[in-house]
Design a protein around this ligand. Structure first.
Ligand SMILES: Cc1cc2nc3c(=O)[nH]c(=O)nc-3n(C[C@H](O)[C@H](O)[C@H](O)COP(=O)(O)OP(=O)(O)OC[C@H]3O[C@@H](n4cnc5c(N)ncnc54)[C@H](O)[C@@H]3O)c2cc1C
Length: 441
């Protein structure tokens, strides 16, 4: 079955590097900036060199589960993937506007939003992994006209140019010797002063979704700050939203022989090799293992569909409270009706604050960034993402301290809060690839 299906798959044209069969936890993997093929991009299963006849069950059809299923199938395993929903993609699904839109006559499918701002960074493993398999589709970069509309929110007002303190915090975040065991605030304050340290920490918010990023490990925050504010910008957008890409990832998996069972919620683990690629809370229940825990973020989300106003900004990076506003129509005009913008915002909040508190702070930013937005609103959606934005590492911890991928007895754990490096969902991808390697090699 696998060989027949494999014949349909795109042949690999790159030469196979025999040296590539080596330890996966290499420096590149640790840096979290590359996937785990050592030959060029780090993935450590050269196609065709390692042939496994294992049967593998994958639970969860998000990015992590699909990366695991594809990696195992590329190595020859017979794979069945179960996904509880009717569509693949997990938290990368696109969310068409709800019928409760402010303007109910607007077409509910007119906006292609994600659950909050979702970009793939070109300097990371997800981009490379998808590109290698020609699964990226048509992607969009930030247009130059939008770059000029980037703003910073500082002390309650919008700034066109970044405060010098923020730039100083950004500069030190690129150092290689950032400590794991100190908080970003403690470490950076000694180098650039407390105010600058706080601005740097808040600016990392778009990659962290935590209300107090300065309290987290310095190494964790510095890596995110440096990547989010890389020059040139590395953020990328998929034309028509990322959700559509998962149909193609699913088709590619099927072409490798993966059986995908949609609408199939697994309630207990059977015998045989099993890769659990669900949210950590679901994995805890499935594996009856209360040790499966790791801190994450909590953030209020506000989506707005707006009629176009040429004064609108592209991005607001909130240097006071780690929020973010982004106009996703500027890089990709296909995701909103002609003449409208889709703006997505998020504001991290602590457990004492409500969604309404976060939304109120976002509205204060919108008042300056999107003049007259209340009168221009065609769509509005508020939500709360609790423990859905990936791992955060406290001082003294790094990705190595998170729940291990190998759970013993042929069970492996995949997700964005497990022991793998990377930014946000790159952790899911890296852990998916690694789990499959451990399972089938
Ligand atoms: C607001 C917000 C913004 C984000 N922005 C970004 C960003 O810009 N860039 C980025 O890289 N990441 C971003 N992320 C993080 C990213 O969405 C996640 O890290 C990623 O989607 C996790 O993928 P996953 O496969 O590990 O889990 P999921 O996507 O959650 O997939 C798990 C799947 O398992 C299924 N499942 C659960 N239980 C069962 C069961 N018992 N049986 C069968 N199936 C089951 C679920 O239905 C789900 O489809 C963001 C997240 C949020 C919430």
């Amino acid at each position: 079955m696998v060989e027949g299906a494999f014949a349909d798959a795109e042949p690999l044209t790159e030469p196979i590097d025999a040296q590539a069969v080596g330890p996966v936890m290499c420096d590149d993997f640790e840096a979290g900036l590359k996937p785990v093929r050592l030959a060029e991009h780090g993935l450590n299963i050269p196609y065709g060199m390692v042939w496994s006849m294992e049967a593998v069950t994958v639970i969860g059809g998000g990015l992590g589960g699909l990366a695991a299923a594809i990696t195992a199938a590329e190595a020859g395993a017979s794979v069945t993937l179960h996904e509880a929903h009717r569509t693949l993609g997990g938290r990368w699904r696109s969310t068409p506007v709800r019928k409760k839109a402010a303007n109910p006559s607007s077409n509910p499918a007119a906006y292609r939003a994600h659950e909050g701002p979702h970009v793939i960074y070109r300097d990371g493993p997800t981009w490379t992994w998808l590109k290698e398999r020609r699964l990226l589709g048509v992607t969009c970069r930030v247009p130059l006209s939008a770059v000029a509309r980037f703003r910073f929110w500082h002390e309650g007002r919008l700034l066109r140019t970044p405060p010098i303190g923020f730039l100083r915090a950004l500069r030190i975040s690129r150092r290689r010797d950032v400590p794991v065991d100190q908080s970003f605030r403690d470490w950076a304050s000694k180098l650039v002063g407390e105010e600058a340290a706080d601005m740097g920490a808040s600016a990392s918010g778009v990659g962290v979704f935590h209300p107090d990023p300065g309290s987290l490990s310095a190494a964790f925050i510095a890596e995110r700050l440096a990547r989010v504010f890389a020059i040139p910008p590395q953020a990328s957008y998929r034309q028509g939203s990322w959700g559509a890409m998962f149909d193609e990832i699913g088709a590619y998996a099927r072409s490798l022989g993966v059986t995908i069972e949609l609408g199939s919620r697994v309630s207990s683990i059977g015998t045989g090799i099993t890769i659990v690629a669900t949210e950590l809370e679901s994995a805890r229940a499935l594996l009856h293992d209360d040790s499966l825990a790791w801190p994450s973020g909590r953030t209020a989300l506000l989506d707005l569909g707006l009629t176009l106003d040429r004064r609108d900004v592209f991005v607001v990076s909130d240097l006071d409270t780690a929020g973010w506003l982004e106009n996703f129509t500027m890089p990709d005009p296909t995701i909103a009706p002609a003449g409208e913008y889709l703006v997505q915002m998020h504001m991290p909040i602590d457990s004492a604050a409500s969604k309404a508190d976060g939304v109120a702070r976002l509205e204060a930013i919108a008042d300056q960034a999107l003049p007259g937005w209340r009168e221009r609103t065609t769509h509005r959606l508020e939500s709360l993402a609790n423990a859905r934005t990936g791992a955060v590492d406290l001082p003294g911890t790094s990705w190595r301290d998170r729940p291990a991928i190998d759970r013993g007895d042929g069970v492996y754990l995949v997700g964005d809060r497990v022991a793998a490096p990377g930014l946000l969902s790159e952790v899911s991808l890296n852990s998916g690839v690694r789990a499959a390697q451990l399972a089938v090699v």
